[in-house]
Design a protein around this ligand. Structure first.
Ligand SMILES: *Cc1c(COP(=O)(O)O)cnc(C)c1O
Length: 367
């Protein structure tokens, strides 16, 4: 077809968006055993109860799901001590982040996030036609003063991943409160707490109390990092007026029947969650120690992954390490797009995978 013929064109700005690149899931040909450590999935797998619930619902897939995911909201509310009316469930928390951008941003508006923040914020801000404003971090951690300094009369949303991906660093809750106190009342603060379950720090809070007591704060959560990435279940907790607005914009059946049933079973399986968190705490600490012993710099993480920085020499760069590890079946995450051209993000894996990566890196660094 000739190029000058009229054809549908996306809205201004859409073609400036750089599509999200998910973590790799395949190894080079010939590698038999693959350890996927690129998407922060749960090495313990899904809750057996969630698997069973998904099996049961399979026979009833002709029936539309409950459009408000009421029973899933009630299960979440019960576990976290919340009012189910203030919860919205979504097709992964990515969907809710997109809905927030779509609902609260218009062309000419600005939305703020930090330089190494989770990449979907920028995508959704651009998709809404608004201007993404990335602010500097300090020591690979969100800098509250820098965020506040970036707020202008055009700012409508501040996205804060706490803890952040891919750095794994977090902001103590006193600092989050200071951020909230410094924001104009018409600016929405989105606290993305995707890794909240994994954090073991006394000065950390996911944001339930703040979202429950303010008119301009929401907290988003996900089931993905606890064993249900494939089911796509996220949720948001926030004030009634925001829930009301989002409910007008979202797809009428945005959470599918399998996700609803698997999600209810998973969140009630507290023992599986505890096992997952225990496993993570043990191996996160172990990986940190071993990587430091190898002379590698590791960003201090409270999530279920570590950001590993490689030496400056080309032979031992992140790209070279990625090739070396992939050839042995260890799939880590390149994070060049996140502003870390010489680092790899590694999800905490099974004992076998964790030990395997450290052994492989030992050999790689000596080569
Ligand atoms: C993984 C992740 C999410 C969203 O995951 P979903 O699978 O869409 O629920 C959101 N925020 C951060 C920071 C993440 O790392």
């Amino acid at each position: 077809m000739k190029q000058d013929q009229p054809r549908p064109t996306p809205r201004a700005g859409i073609m400036d968006i750089e599509a999200y690149v998910p973590g790799k899931s395949t190894a080079p040909a010939g590698v038999t055993k693959v350890h996927k450590l690129s998407s922060n999935e749960n090495p313990l797998g899904p809750s057996p109860k969630a698997i069973e619930a998904a099996r049961e619902v399979a026979a009833k897939l002709d029936v539309y799901p409950d459009g408000s995911a009421r029973r899933l909201r009630e299960a979440i509310a019960e576990v976290h001590g919340l009012n189910p009316a203030n919860i919205i469930c979504s097709n992964g928390s990515d969907e809710i982040l997109g809905l927030l951008a779509q609902t609260y941003l218009a062309p000419g508006d600005e939305a703020v996030f930090t330089e190494h923040a989770f990449m979907v914020y920028k995508i959704y801000i651009q998709a809404a036609g608004a201007k993404p404003v990335a602010v500097k971090e300090t020591d690979e951690r969100a800098d509250i003063d820098a965020i506040l300094a970036a707020v202008t009369p055009a700012t409508r949303i501040v996205f804060l991943a706490n803890p952040n991906n891919p750095t794994g660093t977090y902001v103590p809750f006193q600092e989050v409160r200071r951020l909230h106190a410094g924001l104009p009342k018409n600016v929405l603060l989105v606290l993305d707490a995707a890794y909240a379950e994994y954090v073991r720090r006394n000065d950390y809070e996911a944001g339930i109390e703040l979202a429950g007591s303010s008119q301009n704060v929401v907290m988003t959560r996900t089931f993905s990092k606890l064993g249900l990435g494939g089911a796509r279940i996220g949720w948001m907790y926030g004030p009634a007026h925001i829930v009301d607005a989002i409910n007008r914009v979202r797809g009428p059946f945005n959470v599918n029947a399998t996700a609803i049933e698997a999600g209810i079973a998973a969140i009630r399986d507290r023992a599986h969650i505890e096992r997952s968190v225990e496993h993570n705490a043990k191996w996160l600490a172990w990986l940190n120690e071993e990587l430091v012993k190898l002379g590698l710099r590791v960003t201090p993480s409270v999530g279920n992954f570590v950001l590993i920085h490689f030496p400056d020499d080309k032979k031992h760069s992140a790209a070279a390490a990625d090739d070396y590890l992939s050839a042995q079946g260890y799939i880590l995450r390149r994070v060049t797009g996140y502003g870390f051209p010489n680092a790899l993000r590694m999800s905490v894996g099974t004992e076998e995978a964790n030990r395997g990566v450290i052994d492989a890196l030992k050999t790689f660094l000596k080569s």
